[in-house]
Write a protein that binds this ligand. Structure first.
Ligand SMILES: [Zn+2]
Length: 477
């Protein structure tokens, strides 16, 4: 059974009186547990329709078809949806419906988003494997080496392999059940399940979210002609070049993407003993806070780093820190505002941060500091536990590790304690924020946003002033 931080699917066939009878899989026959929630069984108690015996077959079909996506796909569908929704993927459909239904929402855009989200959910929502989708949504989302499993009540995050092992246990149980069947369709289904991992390189790449044509074009460029993808031997998610190629494929023309990747490839692995040691300490300091909200973890991690650096207060220069730590920072011009920086660590590359001087935030001094502080957050916290090994900043994201890195950046640049000390009832909010921004080398928007999340004692006038500052400029310059 699942612990409060895990998930499990247990099937009890004892209610199956004879092979042809109706089963009640959501009524105790199948117990799906996510943390402390029982999303399907609870739904059944509320009188939802109960599927018949085809439920088992249809679940196994779904798992066989979705397997590659569950294993390889780290695409973030929120990028497809533009404006962020909540951070619970099991709620995205209902939230998106509200948006699409609003009269001023562009109808072409709504239909494109709808078809993207339907496609994505078909491969990530296991309730799509129930006949007539009779259970609540239960969505699997790979994040680096971890898997977030969500139902409408909430989410748990566990190791990807752990999640896949539990699904395998369920699939094997169902396949075993069907093995004795003489129906050709059942035999074919068992064979499909058994061969779920054996697919072509292109099949895996497609599940991974890469555009195969783009990858082929990149490999044909001179700069990347010797780029060994070794796709059938290497987990694509451990390859920063592939991750960068996939993240940027919709944002950059192939020739510019090829230059970017060629530059990353030049930065072979560099020794960074100081940052490695600091990251171990910072990561260890968060171990006991795995249930804490991501933005709070970001604050805690930045405070730990500041204390390790002996800099509890005062401005910090991310450029100087990265230089001292031997992390490569290189500048290039990508001709687009969408991407601020691409950072890679692991897979034999870097750590390296490539800054796009044309990036919306990175083109300003304070925005560049915030971008680099965000990447320092990943270097401190995400190198071993989450391991995306590549981060593209500037793209909108509501994933927990991105929220954590943003909060980390704010706290590293401007400590909360300092904000709370100065932002007291009755103060001139705009003047205080302006002073803090100038002193700490951050934009007024970043300080105001950080203050909104940190200072709870403020009256409504002060909160209104902070809101106005948050809205005034989104380039962080
Ligand atoms: Zn990031």
């Amino acid at each position: 059974m699942a612990t409060d931080s895990g998930f499990s699917i247990d099937i009890d066939f004892s209610q199956d009186v004879d092979a042809g009878s109706r089963q009640r899989p959501l009524d105790g026959g199948l117990v799906l547990k996510i943390g402390r929630w029982l999303p399907w069984n609870e739904q059944d108690e509320r009188g939802q329709p109960v599927p018949d015996q085809d439920c088992w077959r249809s679940l196994l079909e779904w798992m066989s078809d979705a397997w590659l996506y569950l294993r390889h796909d780290t695409t973030e569908p929120l990028r497809l949806l533009g404006k962020p929704l909540s951070n619970n993927p099991a709620l995205w459909w209902d939230e998106a419906l509200d948006r699409w239904d609003s009269p001023d929402y562009d109808s072409d855009r709504a239909s494109k988003e709808e078809s993207d989200l339907v496609d994505w959910l078909n491969n990530h929502d296991i309730s799509c494997g129930l006949p007539e989708k009779c259970g609540a949504r239960v969505v699997f989302l790979r994040v680096g080496a971890q898997c977030m499993v969500s139902c409408p009540d909430g989410s748990v995050t566990l190791g990807l392999e752990e999640a896949l092992t539990e699904l395998t246990r369920c699939g094997d149980t169902l396949a075993e059940r069907l093995r004795g069947s003489t129906l050709p369709a059942d035999q074919a289904l068992v064979a499909r399940w058994k061969s779920r991992d054996n697919t072509s390189v292109e099949g895996r790449l497609a599940a991974f979210g890469a555009n195969v044509q783009v990858l082929r074009a990149l490999r044909s460029s001179e700069a990347l002609a010797t780029w060994s993808l070794e796709l059938d031997a290497v987990d694509p998610n451990a390859n920063p070049l592939l991750l960068a190629a996939r993240a940027c494929q919709d944002e950059l023309p192939t020739d510019i993407l090829s230059k970017l990747l060629a530059q990353i490839r030049e930065i072979r692995e560099r020794p960074t003993p100081v940052v490695d040691e600091l990251a171990r300490k910072v990561t260890a300091s968060l171990r006991r806070s795995s249930r804490t909200k991501p933005f709070r973890q970001g604050y805690m991690a930045a405070a730990t780093l500041r204390s390790r650096l002996g800099a509890a207060t005062g401005a910090i220069d991310p450029v100087e820190l990265l230089d001292r730590w031997n992390v490569a920072v290189q500048h290039l011009q990508l001709g687009t505002e969408v991407i601020d920086a691409v950072a890679c660590w692991g897979g034999g590359y870097g750590p390296v941060i490539l800054v796009n001087d044309d990036g919306r935030h990175a083109q300003g001094t304070n925005g560049l500091r915030a971008t680099l502080a965000h990447e320092i957050g990943h270097l401190m916290v995400d190198r071993w536990d989450c391991v995306p090994v590549c981060d593209v900043s500037g793209l909108r994201s509501r994933l927990p590790h991105e929220q954590r890195a943003n909060a980390f950046a704010a706290e590293l640049l401007v400590p909360q304690d300092e904000i709370k000390r100065r932002l007291i009832p009755g103060c001139q909010v705009t003047a205080v924020v302006t002073d803090l921004a100038a002193e700490y080398g951050a934009s007024r928007q970043l300080v105001a946003w950080h203050a909104t999340n940190s200072a709870t004692e403020l009256d409504s006038r002060a909160k209104g002033a902070l809101r106005d500052l948050c809205d005034e400029d989104d380039t962080w310059s």
